[in-house]
Design a binder for this molecule. Structure first.
Ligand SMILES: NC(=O)c1ccc[n+]([C@@H]2O[C@H](COP(=O)([O-])OP(=O)(O)OC[C@H]3O[C@@H](n4cnc5c(N)ncnc54)[C@H](O)[C@@H]3O)[C@@H](O)[C@H]2O)c1
Length: 262
């Protein structure tokens, strides 16, 4: 199976932490040069230094995926400094505010939709000319079991809606971009051990919580939360030639969690 990425350049949004950071390192170990885009410059720089220390090539770019000018500039900088663009991981995301719908403010709703869904649109939009110039490429979008397989997490209305939108956007993009040899796929993670809790806020959830007892061994495979490197391995497959006939699909990586809950 060919997962060699030598000579390729990857842009990873939300690359400073969690799934994004693990994927930056995995793609770098496979030979790609990495542009690590994150709202927080410090963590992005730390990941870049770790890759460089391992002998790889990486740059850190501080940018907000909701800001079109910033995303456009980040893509241009990636191409200028690393020499092209063949791989895009649209991964930046937040849980945002979890609260009953009738209590969610418009600003809270927009923060989640803008980061997760509009950020994916902007990242994809501004990458396309460069992927076309490269003769093709691969885009992977991080959605979630919430909004695609699960609709029961209390207060996740904005988050789940953003994730459903991302998965649909990816399918539309797969159809549209296939003519330019650009593949677009979505990963659907279950429970992954990351720092997303730092960008999670909860208000009055007790008003809408279900009293559900989960099975003792949960999820079915391994009964554990995943390490982000396990998701990174899936992204490596989806951006490499090993998946050259795969586009427009969604790959669930949840150890069977949603088979019991979905
Ligand atoms: N952790 C899980 O269990 C889980 C499950 C399903 C889906 N996901 C999805 O995985 C993706 C990555 O999340 P994670 O769990 O690694 O979280 P994380 O918080 O560890 O990492 C996310 C990174 O995105 C960055 N970010 C946030 N808003 C940004 C913005 N506007 N512009 C640029 N960067 C921004 C953060 O600074 C952070 O470094 C998200 O899309 C999330 O919804 C996570």
């Amino acid at each position: 199976m060919n997962t060699d990425l030598t000579g390729k350049v990857a842009l990873v949004t939300g690359g400073g932490s969690g799934i994004g950071a693990a994927t930056c390192r995995t793609l770098a170990q496979a030979g790609a040069a990495i542009a690590i885009l994150d709202l927080r410059p410090g963590p992005a720089q730390t990941v870049a230094e770790a890759i460089t220390a391992e002998g790889g090539r990486a740059i850190a770019i501080a940018a907000d995926v909701t800001d079109e000018l910033a995303v456009s500039a980040a893509v241009v900088r990636t191409v200028e400094e690393l020499g092209g663009l063949q791989i895009v991981f649209a991964n930046a995301g937040i849980n945002g505010m979890q609260t009953p719908i009738e209590e969610m403010t418009l600003d809270e709703w927009r923060a989640t939709i803008d980061t997760n869904l509009t950020g994916t649109f902007l990242t994809t939009k501004h990458s396309i000319p460069h992927l076309r110039a490269a003769g093709g490429g691969a885009i992977v979008v991080t959605a979630s079991v919430n909004g695609t397989r699960l609709f029961s997490a209390p207060g996740y209305s904005a988050y789940s809606t953003s994730k459903a939108g991302q998965a649909t956007f990816a399918r539309m993009a797969a159809t549209e971009l296939a003519r330019w040899n650009i593949r677009v796929n979505t990963i659907i993670p279950g429970s992954i051990r990351t720092n997303i809790g730092e960008r999670t806020y909860r208000r009055n959830l007790e008003a809408i919580t279900y009293d559900v007892k989960m099975p003792e061994k949960f999820p079915p495979l391994g009964a554990r939360v995943a390490d982000p490197t396990e998701v990174a391995d899936l992204v490596l497959y989806l951006v490499s030639d090993a998946s050259r006939y795969v586009t427009g699909t969604e790959v669930v990586i949840d150890a069977g969690l949603t088979l019991l809950r979905g």
